[in-house]
Design a protein around this ligand. Sequence first.
Ligand SMILES: [Fe+2]
Length: 188
Amino acid sequence: MLDREKGEKLLHQHVITPHILKHSYAVESVMRALARRLEPESEDLWGLAGLLHDLDNDLVDWQSDMSLHGPKTVELLRNANLGNEEMYQAILAHNPATKVKPKAKFERALYAGDPITGFITAIALVYPSKQLKDVKVKSITKRMKEVRFAAGANREAMASIEMLDIPFPEFAELSLNAMREISEILGL
Ligand SMILES: [Fe+2]
């Protein structure tokens, strides 16, 4: 049920967009780090949710109906007998268009952990080296206030980590370190 190898196979079967694949690994690493901080016994579960939360990205027609993103992933995971109800709920709640609100710790972690990966990636790309090792926590907190920078990054979702009693700078550092661990996969 929490078979990462099976999850990774499924990911590559359904997701072909290169940056979504990278994003999936990035969210996995951030979710594992958040679990270690908040609920260590759930590290594998939270990691798998991160890896697979966008599984339907290349399958649903976002343009016609945003709310299809999430439910389709849950259907695929149910059919593959992968994950559990808690994880399905977190995946539904990560997309505001499903109208499922994040409430549980796990749901809130994915809701905040999803956008921060793209945000940190955007910051890394500003540096001449385009590498995560050059990104500073301070630049992440500073860029949060610059609403025109990476305007698509959901600030409200990222800031909502504080509802889990993690100050934003700590979240930024934890996420940056998690992403650095897989910098080769991310190409950053
Ligand atoms: Fe995502």
